[in-house]
Write a protein that binds this ligand. Sequence first.
Ligand SMILES: *Cc1c(COP(=O)(O)O)cnc(C)c1O
Length: 411
Amino acid sequence: MVGTEIPAQNGASTPQDRRFGTLAVHAGAPHDPTTGAVIAPISLSTTFAQTSVGNPVGLYEYTRSSNPNRDHFEQAIAALEHAKYALAFSSGSATTAVILQSLAAGSHVVSVSDVYGGTHRYFTKVASAHGVHVTFSPCIELDVEELIRPNETKLVWIESPSNPTLGLVDIEKIAAVAHRHGILVVVDNTFLSPYVQNPLDHGADIVVHSVTKYINGHSDVLMGVAAFNSDSLKERLGFLQNAIGAVPSPFDCWLAHRGLKTLHLRAREATTNATAVAKALEASPHVIAVNYPGIDSHPQRAIAIKQHRQGMGGGMLSFRIKGGQEAAHLFCKYTKVFTLAESLGGVESLCEVPSSMTHAGIPKDQREAAGVFDDLVRMSCGVEDVEDLLADTLQALDKAVAATKVGNGTA
Ligand SMILES: *Cc1c(COP(=O)(O)O)cnc(C)c1O
């Protein structure tokens, strides 16, 4: 028998209700029907033979429209995000672009203000040029209702947790308001991955990911994906996927699918590591504040407990170091296991200073209003051993703070 059938034990597990790890390994991963290959070959062919005009041999005609590796990856993501459909794109940014392109000119979008920098750039510099206007809100749970414009607002865009301050949004609360007005809710779930959070279960209509981060997880693929349940969204976004052509290569789909198979293992380990690092930072005299949704000091910890698997915090955290921007820069210079680099979600730990790197494009007053101070350091915890990450963090803190000559107790 070809495929991924796993015998149900005592009738307990049908393919539909299998658990995350089983789905991550098996969803969209059929054995090759002709050779029995357990791992699908990479289908590099751009075109597929037809036996007579309009009668392709198999399911495929031309690779931009669909190809076996993209289909497999999309099936796996749909299973893991509890969606009927998933569509893969050439980057997270292309995913955002296609969703915004699906709106008619004159449409209005309400968005959380601390969205990913590239999303902010697309909203303000590209979508606006096509007549789609976005209103940003720093406290969307409080003012979504009054920001909605009758007949104009078509989307509410949420990122939870936000970047880099790890603020959370109650998805269910926003969806209830949006749906009363017939408006769709999009959640960028990049920071948590489908292992930690499934936004569709909380009422979102579309979940998007930069696959580049946790889903691929090995910092070697640029890709994006959107998942949803609606047949009309499948028709509209699927049409644009092909018509715009911002699609990933079969090779990238194959690599991302391979990465996805260990997502549950990586996400659990990253959460364990980030929790330990967050607690150590919190206990350090060199630290002003820690932002991590997995610990009780997080102001929206209750949302994490409601929305995240077992209240997990994921692998991302940020903290303010004593000694200002100089100390933040030095901290990232002195770490030896954490690499100073942008991006996140890989097996290797990274750190960066948002005000000087990922968020440097945002004016200082706006940045600081969102909590992105010059002394903020963002860390992406990978899957190295926790003792090494802790030791690395503490030695870099000591050195950075000593070098900026700020003693204990002074902020
Ligand atoms: C990286 C990222 C994106 C953009 O994805 P690319 O794959 O780099 O285009 C969007 N949202 C979030 C939260 C991200 O971290």
